[in-house]
Design a binder for this molecule. Structure first.
Ligand SMILES: *[C@@H]1O[C@H](CO)[C@@H](O)[C@H](O)[C@H]1NC(C)=O
Ligand SMILES: *[C@@H]1O[C@H](CO)[C@@H](O)[C@H](O)[C@H]1NC(C)=O
Length: 215
């Protein structure tokens, strides 16, 4: 008799374990499916360099010189909105372009397009989930709360360039007097600032569904 009880007990325990496994794996599947369904992605930038003489950072979406680099995506977003990232904030004050060099050959656009000037400054917040912002105005307000009036979220197209700008050509006063020649750049740009380089930052892009928030 005791042997039978033990066998029954083991049998019941096995069923319980099977049930338990089925339940927990179903929960896992359901959990990951609902996560995938709500998986929205946002665009991020990272700092590539800092030029001490001018106090400027070079920040951008993708480091084209590194074939194994992070594959940023300004069309669909590249980072899960539930991830915590710093917000890249910006404030423009019409600062003229410092005489940094425009290097490289460019790509679809001339080299200057990819190293435009923001006419101002950047800074980063502490990491925050992109999904915590309902719309762009909320991200702008977050930047203003951190750094003061006039600060807003940095955007993909904050860099401005003048064709043939390079070194002192279209820098300082000649940048300002030729402001009417400014064109909008993209992918990366120079700006006053010295932000951290150990984490990617949320940035905003207009006209593309690549933000964690509504436009
Ligand atoms: C900018 O000037 C530097 C230094 O003279 C030069 O090496 C570089 O090729 C120039 N850039 C462009 C796009 O012409
Ligand atoms: C561009 O700037 C230079 C230097 O200030 C100036 O001599 C020139 O007239 C400007 N060009 C235009 C089209 O404003």
């Amino acid at each position: 008799m005791p042997t039978i009880y033990i066998i029954i007990a083991v049998f019941v325990l096995q069923i319980y374990q099977i049930d338990g496994n089925v339940l927990s794996s179903e929960e896992t599947i359901a959990g990951s499916q609902s996560k995938q369904l709500s998986r929205r992605k946002g665009l991020t930038f990272i700092k590539w360099g800092h030029l001490v003489p001018y106090g400027i950072d070079l920040v951008g979406c993708r480091d084209w010189t590194n074939p194994n680099g992070f594959n940023c995506d300004p069309y669909n977003g590249d980072t899960d909105c539930n991830e915590q990232r710093t917000v890249l904030c910006a404030k423009t004050d019409n600062s003229p372009r410092p005489p940094y060099l425009v290097l490289g050959n460019g790509a679809a656009m001339p080299a200057a397009f990819y190293v435009g000037w923001t006419l101002g400054h950047i800074s980063t917040t502490l990491p925050v989930a992109g999904s915590s912002f309902r719309n762009r105005a909320a991200v702008d307000a977050y930047c203003a709360q951190y750094f003061g009036t006039g600060w807003r979220v940095a955007t993909f197209h904050d860099g401005k360039f003048i064709r043939n700008m390079n070194g002192t050509t279209y820098a300082g006063e000649s940048w300002t007097t030729n402001a009417s020649r400014m064109e909008i750049g993209g992918w990366s740009y120079y700006t006053f600032g010295n932000v951290r380089n150990d984490v990617r930052s949320w940035v905003h892009i207009t006209d593309q569904p690549a933000n964690c928030w509504n436009n």
